[in-house]
Design a protein around this ligand. Structure first.
Ligand SMILES: Cc1ncc(COP(=O)(O)O)c(C=O)c1O
Length: 444
């Protein structure tokens, strides 16, 4: 195979049948669409190239830079495409949480601007969100960037409606699978593929996967971010299921160790979510004595290598390290359930009477935007470091922990309790509930 341009290598990825002995389904053939084999390493290569193409000549003529709101695979693909065409690339993102990708982007010569965005995916329902404001500015006439606009650009989904989806049908001998399973970020890939498959068979069931509440799976939405926006139309999906980062890692490990697929966490999430969805359906088929063979396809979006620090942080034991007693991963569900929590009214009263140390676990960006008066900002990751050596606060002062929705703070309340703090409590519902109750938030 000879090519004149690296972009000609994008697409036409293999469909790999996962061996039934590995997944255990009896009536369903399960296939992985190996998008990790695209030249820049992910399914986003298709969308990036399709979105850039129409504006490319003009951008080259004017020497414009390409810009996108992405901290991951889209940014990586665009940085490489920009380089091939002698252009610069700027990535605008909220805090970059995957260090390997940030380093790779810097290595590629990309400029990175980190804004205090609140969510993993653009949330235009919050007009004050700095990412939303930046997005709006880019969309105004006169912007000198080539803005690919992945959350809204129909060419993102089109790349999959015309490429990924039809390739799946062709590889299944002209049939659509009975189920299609994919993790959802901008929704370009899942919605594009779903539309293509449903052209062949309107009954295809589509399972969308998002990260579990308060959890983080790089590149995809959180269950709190499933409002209809941009390309994301929840009604396209038969179901949208949450996956925890632990489940994504379990799926990833099985794909790598048993099927030889070096998938990243969202491919692991899709594999895990596919099996969780399909197992009871498969059992029902067996019970009915069905002889009909069904098929399901899930997407392996990208590769494992960029996520080693993400995995190490969550599963140190996989790297020969030990689960530390003083870590969130060591907590049992019972300990977290038993963590003392307070509702807004009680917390307001408690703050006045007992003057607890109020700790805001959110990012410095979110804290800088608005916080409870007198709260100190010790971001989640920092507190995790601090508790390594034991309890980092005096036992004499009570502690009130706050986070976006009250889940992370419950875990830390449990952890501080485990470490011997006599009165560490969590704000139930977090800053969101505090704000919704009309309680005071300040900016300094
Ligand atoms: C690792 C990873 N998986 C899945 C997705 C989801 O793709 P889409 O944006 O098409 O929904 C993305 C998107 O960036 C991603 O980076």
């Amino acid at each position: 195979m000879r090519y004149d341009s690296v972009t000609d290598i994008i697409g036409r990825t293999p469909l790999l049948r996962i061996h039934p002995e590995v997944h255990g389904l009896r009536n369903i053939d399960l296939y992985a669409k190996l998008e990790l084999l695209n030249p820049f390493g992910s399914l986003k290569d298709r969308a990036a190239w399709n979105m850039v193409r129409p504006g490319l000549d003009a951008a080259v003529e004017r020497g414009s830079r390409i810009v996108e709101l992405s901290s991951g695979n889209t940014a990586k693909a665009l940085a490489l495409i920009a380089g091939v065409h002698g252009l610069g690339f700027k990535s605008v993102t909220n805090r970059m949480k995957v260090p390997e990708i940030k380093e790779l982007l810097l290595l590629l010569g990309a400029e990175i601007e980190e804004l205090p965005g609140q969510t993993e995916c653009l949330d235009p329902t919050n007009p004050e969100d700095p990412l939303t404001r930046f997005h709006r500015a880019l969309s105004e006439p006169g912007s000198d960037y080539l803005h690919t606009d992945q959350y809204y650009n129909p060419r993102n989904a089109q790349a999959h409606a015309e490429g990924t989806g039809p390739e799946i049908v062709a590889d299944l001998d002209g049939r659509a699978p009975d189920w299609f399973i994919a993790a959802v970020g901008t929704a370009g890939s899942s919605s594009g593929v779903a539309r293509a498959l449903r052209r062949t068979d309107p009954d295809v069931e589509v399972v969308g996967l998002v990260a579990h509440k308060s959890d983080f799976v790089p590149g995809i939405r959180n269950i709190d971010e499933i409002q209809e926006v941009g390309l994301f139309d929840p009604s396209l999906y038969t179901t949208i299921d949450p996956v925890t980062s632990d489940e994504a890692i379990d799926g990833m490990l099985e794909l790598a160790r048993r099927s030889g697929v070096l998938s990243g966490p969202t491919g692991g999430a899709a594999y895990f979510g596919a099996l969780r969805h399909l197992r009871p359906l498969d059992a029902a088929l067996t019970e009915r004595g069905s002889t009909e063979r069904k098929s399901a396809v899930f997407i392996v979006c990208d590769r494992i290598e960029s996520y080693l620090s993400y995995i190490r942080r969550r599963r140190p034991e996989l790297f020969g390290g030990q689960v530390r007693k003083n870590s969130l991963t060591a907590l049992t569900p019972d300990e977290v359930r038993a963590a003392p929590a307070m509702d807004i009214e009680d917390a307001q009263h408690w703050i006045k009477t007992e003057r607890p140390l109020v700790i805001d676990l959110r990012s410095p960006f979110a804290y800088a935007a608005l916080h409870m008066e007198g709260a100190v900002n010790i971001a989640d990751e920092l507190l995790e470091e601090m508790v390594r050596g034991g309890l980092p606060f005096s036992k004499r002062q009570p502690v009130l922990l706050t986070c976006p929705v009250g889940e992370r703070s419950a875990q830390y309340a449990a952890l501080l309790t485990r470490l011997g703090h006599p009165d560490a409590r969590s704000l139930a519902g977090g800053i969101v509930a505090w704000r919704d109750a009309g309680a005071q938030l300040v900016r300094e």
